[in-house]
Design a protein around this ligand. Structure first.
Ligand code: ATP
Length: 617
């Protein structure tokens, strides 16, 4: 399914941004997920991060002791000489510890990436199963789902890791500050003061990048869509025939250029501020360095102190840079998380039964379907797709729905399957309102071939067996359904018959023609032996005339005591129905048997004659 294009920027994203206010709102939810993925790994990561945060200060301090002790030993202190070895050994131990901690951090991160990604992908898919058809037909929701899927493996972990990195670098900086404060309190104050502008500038520029990123979300979708047109197998014929390549590529380029110039402007701005403010803190460092070096030269502090200052400050700068980088990345990660949470929070349960316990009309072929004053509007649309429909379908009756494109035929089927609910009026199944039935119970009573049936890239047996999952392994039943659906001859001609892999997605898949695929879809519908209602939505669109005739004869026989609903534009098929409903602009304009409608001499009679003449000529 294509990513639908929104004609206007999705308000939800911006609204969400405003509501979110700051990225911090995403943190509690992210950390809950992180904890749920693996509490053990979460604790391990916390402990290792803490160790990694304090080790640098320890190493720097031991470094200073080594220098001071070496100086003392050089001046003749024997006690100092023996201490040097111990101190070097201690530093070696600390460095060893640091290497182990860093490795441990990498390993924990990789393990967490796998378990967090897996947890999220599963939640995303579970949510998709709960969503209703209306959600899939709504571009905003569809978009949220696709975005959530796209980066679920990397973004959540990245956000967590950025927070850990900030905490780690923050602790490291505090320990450094504690070491330096004894040496020169005011130099710590100067250094902190010189860093604040860089910190504020980075936070602001990152926020600007974040805004840019979210503003352009709809255009980003367009970019994806253009890419999609040029790279999908089912588009290639039209792209080549109509010579769409240069046009689509041109649009792609234009959009990309727009993005690029925005990004470039921001990158220059970031570079300019980064350089300016970086120079400021460097100048502050060297000012303090000059002072500290002067004091060491004058003997006010030891050489070790000066070395400590130097190493701590250099590493401090790196830690500080690390914090700035993390802030920048956090915004993008948070945008992803807000989208993910919005997706996971989409309210579902609209398909829940209205009365408990749910009502279930008796099984068998005794239930009539009755539509009473049914009107329907698609969510968010003003126009009525169906208006004041009154219809009764009795067991054994065949109803044909006819009408021009957009008349409301498929919509009526969606309401019968409770994929949507009537905006007004009610539908009764065996006297029970559909809303009071369990949807699964309701749907299990239907067998259907949809206009846009699915071509499963599985083998033949599975393609048919999926019509009734409990019988997926029941080869006899599958073979019978294939015969009933008129697919046997197609299957016999395949290299491995029922075990032939179908479709072009996987290795050794056998591609079928549109009509052959459709025969399998019909066979799939016939897997439900006990279906009380059969729906064929334009089942003959890709089937040849002979197959169509055979299908309908079989269909008449199989549907004997069931309700059958056929949507078709072919009047040779339609005339076989007991009852024909002519839909026009969402209303039932004419209703009756073929003979009655011909006698009425209205729209049906007109359309019938038109088609019949076409055949005669
Ligand atoms: N998901 C949807 N969201 C909004 N409007 C829709 C949606 N699906 C269909 N419509 C509108 O509802 C009306 C009825 O559409 P429907 O698909 O039921 O027509 P149809 O009679 O089955 O047409 P066709 O013969 O082309 O299959 C049309 O005006 C269509 O634009």
């Amino acid at each position: 399914m294509p990513p639908p294009l929104a004609s206007t920027p999705p308000p939800s994203l911006l609204a969400r941004l405003k509501n979110t206010g700051s990225l911090f709102k995403q943190l509690p939810g992210t950390f809950r997920l992180f904890w749920a993925a693996s509490p053990k790994l979460a604790v391990l990561l916390g402990a290792l991060t803490l160790m990694a945060a304090v080790l640098p200060a320890g190493i720097a301090w031991v470094g200073k002791l080594i220098v001071d002790t070496v100086v003392a030993a050089a001046q003749g202190s024997l006690e100092a000489r023996s201490r040097v070895y111990g101190l070097v050994g201690l530093e070696f131990g600390l460095m060893l510890g640091s290497a182990v901690v860093e490795r441990g951090l990498t390993l924990t991160r990789e393990l967490l990436r796998a378990s967090l990604g897996n947890l999220l992908n599963e939640r995303i898919l579970q949510k998709a199963l709960q969503l209703e058809l209306r959600h899939f037909e709504d571009s905003d929701t569809y978009d949220k789902m696709q975005n959530a899927r796209r980066e679920a493996n990397s973004r959540p972990l990245s956000l967590v890791m950025q927070v850990f990195s900030i905490v780690r670098n923050g602790i490291t900086l505090s320990t450094f500050a504690a070491l330096l404060i004894s040496l020169s309190p005011w130099s710590v104050a100067v250094l902190v003061a010189a860093s604040i502008p860089a910190f504020i500038a980075e936070a602001r520029l990152a926020a600007e990048g974040f805004r840019l990123y979210s503003w352009r979300a709809p255009e980003g979708r367009k970019l994806n869509y253009l890419e999609w047109i040029l790279t999908r197998d089912n588009h290639v014929k039209e792209v080549k025939l109509f010579g769409l390549g240069p046009l689509v590529l041109g649009r792609y380029r234009t959009l990309f250029q727009k993005f690029f110039s925005e990004d470039r402007a921001l990158a220059f701005k970031r570079m300019g501020w980064g350089l300016g403010l970086g120079l400021l803190s460097l100048a502050a460092f060297y000012g303090c360095y000059l002072y500290v070096a002067g004091r060491a030269a004058g003997g006010a502090i030891s050489v070790g102190d000066m070395v400590l200052y130097l190493s701590v400050f250099r590493q401090g700068q790196a830690a500080f840079q690390g914090i700035l980088t993390s802030i920048g990345s956090m915004y993008e990660d948070a945008l992803f998380m807000s989208n993910l949470f919005a997706y996971l929070d989409i309210p579902t349960g609209g398909e829940a039964t209205r009365v408990l316990p749910a009502k279930s009309p008796p099984r068998g072929h005794r239930n009539a379907i009755e539509l009473r004053d049914v009107s329907f509007r698609y969510p968010g649309k003003d126009a009525w797709a169906l208006r004041d429909i009154n219809l009764t379908l009795r067991p054994g009756q065949k109803l044909a729905l006819v009408g021009e494109n957009g008349a409301g035929k498929s919509t009526l089927v969606k309401l019968l399957l409770r994929l949507y609910e009537p905006t007004e009026g009610e539908i009764l199944y065996g006297g029970v309102n559909l809303r009071d039935m369990d949807v699964e119970d309701l749907r299990s009573r239907f067998g259907a071939v949809f206009q846009d049936f699915v071509r499963y890239q599985f083998n033949v047996a599975e393609n048919i067996g999926l019509g009734h999952v409990p019988a997926l392994e029941d080869r006899n039943r599958i073979v019978r359904a294939a015969e009933e659906g008129g697919a046997s001859a197609v299957i016999e001609a395949l290299p491995k018959q029922y075990d032939t892999m179908l479709g072009g997605w996987f290795e050794k898949g056998q591609e079928l023609s549109a009509g052959q695929w459709q025969k399998l879809a019909v066979a799939r519908a016939f897997m439900r032996d006990d279906a009380e209602v059969l729906i064929l939505d334009e089942p003959t669109a890709s089937i040849d005339a002979e197959a169509e005739h055979a299908l309908f004869e079989r269909f008449q026989a199989l549907a004997a005591d069931r309700i059958a609903i056929v949507i078709s534009h072919r009047f040779s098929t339609v005339r076989m129905a007991d009852q024909i409903a002519v839909l026009h602009n969402g209303r039932v304009e004419e209703l009756g048997s073929h003979d009655q409608l011909m006698a009425l001499d209205g729209r049906y009679a007109h359309l019938f004659r038109l088609q019949a003449r076409g055949y005669r000529d």
